[in-house]
Unconditional design. Structure first.
Length: 183
């Protein structure tokens, strides 16, 4: 019952937003048409292209707010409307992207909250040979680097960055949830 109420509330909020934008036809669409993919929301996905327009609303009539220029960048899907996904990036900015421009491929940004300030030294994290703190480093990954996530056990993720593969603590990645297990 709670899930039905939450879906109804989402549909109502979307309808109000559409009406505010003057899009009465979209607001009148049936709740089943606005449910999207049926996949869990929120969830992480990655961008397919080096040029992805992020829009103010779910449609090409809405203003482009900015353009992502980094294929593989992880984004969090926080809402769906038909063929559109409302996404949030690691800095917390949100907007709408066409569903075909995102992929289920899992990636993560290493320590985006510690990305190198202009002219400063980048924070580095060891890419370890095993999933434990004392394991040797096979490489060092700079904050802001995108890693391909292969698996996670809830504490550590096995990732690849360029030609290197190894383990990074899950809490040092943005693109996987705390405690999330990926096989």
């Amino acid at each position: 019952m709670r899930q039905i109420l939450l879906q109804w509330a989402k549909t109502l909020m979307l309808a109000v937003a559409c009406l505010a934008e003057g899009d009465v036809a979209r607001a009148q669409s049936s709740p089943s048409a606005s449910q999207g993919s049926g996949l869990p929301v929120p969830r992480f996905v990655s961008l397919k292209s080096d040029k992805v327009h992020i829009r103010q609303g779910p449609g090409t009539d809405y203003k482009v707010l900015w353009v992502f220029t980094r294929a593989g960048l992880p984004v969090e899907v926080i809402s769906e409307f038909e063929g559109w996904r409302q996404v949030r990036d690691s800095e917390g900015t949100t907007g709408w992207v066409l569903q075909g421009l995102v992929s289920g491929r899992r990636t993560a940004v290493v320590l985006p909250w510690e990305a190198k300030p202009a002219g400063g030294k980048a924070t580095q994290v060891p890419l370890r040979s095993d999933d434990r703190e004392g394991a040797g480093a096979v490489a060092m990954a700079e904050a802001g680097v995108i890693a391909n996530v292969r698996s996670c056990d809830g504490s550590w993720c096995y990732v690849s960055i360029a030609d290197f593969r190894g383990y990074i603590e899950q809490k040092k990645l943005w693109g996987v949830y705390e405690g999330e297990v990926l096989k």
